[in-house]
Ligand binder design. Structure first.
Ligand SMILES: C[S@@+](CC[C@H](N)C(=O)[O-])C[C@H]1O[C@@H](n2cnc3c(N)ncnc32)[C@H](O)[C@@H]1O
Length: 220
């Protein structure tokens, strides 16, 4: 009986430290406090390896386009999209990041952004609603991607694109941003999963960034 009570208490405590539906990558990320995470996402030195202008150049012109930033975090890329004239939905599963996003993008300064609480297994994009669905460093946080990608596909307009920017496994470098290799998704997996979900005309950039790849697939 005592054993059962101890086991039950342990189970309740460990569940209360998890966000419902999160995977190992989320648990790894949440070893750091929100303050540490936000300051690392927004570290000005990130621009040196992230090369946001180059990423935006590869995506294409965004003025007037409707973009959902899935797993927006601190809004690092949302800010660049807004500055390019896009209408941005900054979406996250996490209330604390959403609170931070709302504070960072006040409506009087950023009339073209809205905020959306999404689910771990559903980006809640509706149907034929977006020109771009963008994920930066978030693809590896998503489980059951076969089902998830179908929802992204459905939520894009015809001609809309899904953009996956994430960390390459196996990078040999003394400075190495991003999660451990075992949590990274190889580019070949991203390509396979995109094709299986129905995306076409894939644009694949494996060499442009040292630490990351960019894969962009179109809904025809
Ligand atoms: C490593 S952070 C990246 C944040 C931001 N995109 C960036 O590049 O700075 C991963 C983000 O994805 C969010 N996230 C985790 N699981 C998710 C899921 N299943 N669907 C959407 N977002 C998720 C987290 O809350 C977090 O904001």
């Amino acid at each position: 009986m005592i054993f059962r009570i101890v086991a039950l208490t342990f189970f309740v405590i460990s569940c209360s430290h998890q966000h419902h539906g999160e995977n190992a990558s989320n648990q790894h990320m949440h070893q750091k406090s929100y303050r540490e995470l936000i300051s690392s996402f927004d570290d000005p030195r990130r621009d040196n390896w992230q090369k946001p202008e180059m990423v935006l150049g590869l995506i294409g012109p965004l003025a007037g386009k409707r973009v959902i930033d899935i797993g927006a975090g601190s809004g690092y890329f949302s800010k660049y999209f807004l500055n390019s004239g896009a209408e941005v939905v900054a979406a996250d599963v996490d209330d604390k990041f959403l609170e931070h996003l709302k504070k960072s993008f006040p409506p009087e300064k950023f009339p073209d952004v809205t905020f959306k609480k999404i689910f771990f297994d559903d980006p809640k994009m509706g149907k034929d609603s977006y020109d771009y669905a963008f994920t930066s460093n978030t693809y590896h946080h998503i489980d059951h991607r076969d089902e998830y990608l179908k929802k992204v596909y459905e939520g894009l307009k015809v001609g809309g694109e899904f953009v996956v920017l994430d960390f390459k496994p196996g990078v040999k470098s003394s400075f190495r941003p991003g999660p451990p290799d075992k949590m990274r998704v190889p580019i070949t997996t991203v390509i396979k999963e995109m094709l299986e979900a129905g995306f076409d005309h894939l644009r694949i950039y494996d060499r442009n960034l040292e630490h990351q790849y960019l894969v962009i697939g179109k809904k025809l």
